[in-house]
Design a protein around this ligand. Sequence first.
Ligand code: GDP
Ligand code: MG
Length: 163
Amino acid sequence: MSNIIAIVGRPNVGKSTFFNRLVEKRKAIVDDFSGVTRDRHYGTGEWIGKHFSVVDTGGYVHGSDDIYESAIREQVLIAIDEATVILFMVDVTTGVTDLDDEIASLLRRSKKPVFMVVNKVDNTNLHIEATAFYSLGLGDLYPISSMTGSGTGELLDEVVKHF
Ligand code: GDP
Ligand code: MG
């Protein structure tokens, strides 16, 4: 499978919720030895006839903020290396955080397509607050609600154009 979507972002922004919505089936974890592999979930999905793999990162990271930071950094660098398209997920309810800033600076240097996905936009009132994320310098915003599915179709329409 050559079309790979990687979902990156700090903890609790809703990466796994979106992953679960996107995938048809989960793949078994192949290598259970490295920490990096344990922190990744793989699945496959399809949208308007295009098939892809999805990687959900950070699933099993526990510990202090320092450990989070280096683990997330590692996942972002792997995503930049292996993904066809990167979904950078942030949380409209918290606004821009320092960790969002740090991830954004790694992604701005990537040559891969990056989609700035603002999650938890559960109602139209939150659309205006989502605009705060333009400050991360990654271009267009895709406001979605992984919970209700709102906006996810528009996002996937654009993502699969890269496949
Ligand atoms: P992850 O750590 O990035 O994988 O985040 P999770 O998928 O585990 O979600 C973290 C929390 O955010 C959970 O309590 C989810 O139910 C909640 N959540 C995820 N997506 C949404 C959303 O679109 N709207 C709201 N209101 N909550 C969400
Ligand atoms: Mg998760």
